[in-house]
Design a protein around this ligand. Structure first.
Ligand code: BTN
Length: 263
């Protein structure tokens, strides 16, 4: 990937200033966090062709074949309260979906809180980690681009290449994705999250479907009714009561989610 070209041609306001890419890192989130603690500026992007200790949500690992995918972390120092940082997960997953759809044969859907799917297969996961001490957040994005083989326990994972039938230029896709992230972040700073959440809901294919959400020790079952502007998933339980869930892992009934089977 020609990172020098991306650094030269990228016309973003904040994100990707600069983009640093290494052949191998333990985890781009770990490296970006260390850089944040050393005072690195907002917008720094740390990427790698392969990770030796890639991290997923819920302390899982994140596997990715070397040189095939986009594995990177963005450092942000948002000018809004820390309680709103979780909404950046929606911004990031929306940006990934919008970048993917620059390729006409691909249509991405979003699953609460921040997974990106194509044809009911997970192609992207996002792990954001807040550094409360320095009011910063690291948004780690793992987007399966050209990976062709997935281990049997990742049966519900796929890549863009598998879904559209040909490989994609990772550099071009990274460029597009950084621009989407930048535009959406800029919009949030100017106008708040409502517009982002509205666009996110339009791409979410969970609404009206039966699901279970593991949230802490609790499992909540029912019909997904909406995703609120504050990021909560509203679920109508079979008792008729509607509850709001702020964090957790959702499993659509009749479809075992990719992230469930990787533990
Ligand atoms: C998930 O479990 O769905 C989230 C996966 C996030 C993986 C990305 S890859 C780049 C960044 N570095 C990491 O160690 N994890 C994130």
């Amino acid at each position: 990937m020609d990172i020098r070209a991306i650094n030269t041609l990228l016309t973003t306001r904040r994100i990707g200033k600069p983009v640093e890419w290494q052949p191998s890192l333990d985890s781009t989130n770990i490296v970006a966090r260390a850089r944040a603690q050393n005072g690195a500026p907002e917008g720094l992007v740390i990427g790698a062709d392969v990770q030796t200790a890639g991290r997923g949500r819920f302390n899982r690992s994140w596997e990715s074949s070397a040189g095939d995918n986009l594995l990177f972390s963005v450092l942000l120092r948002p000018p809004f309260p820390i309680r709103q940082y979780a909404l950046l997960n929606f911004l990031a997953s929306l940006s990934v979906a919008e970048a993917i759809e620059q390729y006409p044969s691909l249509h991405a859907t979003l699953h609460w809180p921040n997974d990106v799917y194509i044809n009911s297969k997970k192609v992207c996961g996002i792990l954001s980690e807040t550094g409360v001490e320095s009011a910063s957040i690291i948004i780690g994005i793992g987007l399966n681009v050209n990976q062709n083989e997935f281990s049997p326990e990742l049966a519900h994972a796929s890549s863009l290449a598998r879904e559209c039938g040909h490989s994609l230029d990772r550099g071009r896709l990274l460029h597009i994705l950084l621009k989407m992230l930048d535009e959406n972040y800029d919009a949030v700073i100017s106008n708040g999250f409502a517009g982002i959440m509205e666009k996110w809901r339009m791409r979410c294919d969970m609404i009206g479907r039966q699901l279970s959400v593991q949230s802490g020790d609790a499992v909540i079952e029912g019909e997904a009714v909406s995703v609120a502007d504050n990021g909560a998933l509203c679920i109508r339980q079979n008792t008729g009561e509607t509850v709001s869930v702020y964090a957790g892992e959702a499993t659509l009934h009749g479809q075992q989610l990719f992230s469930e089977i990787r533990a």
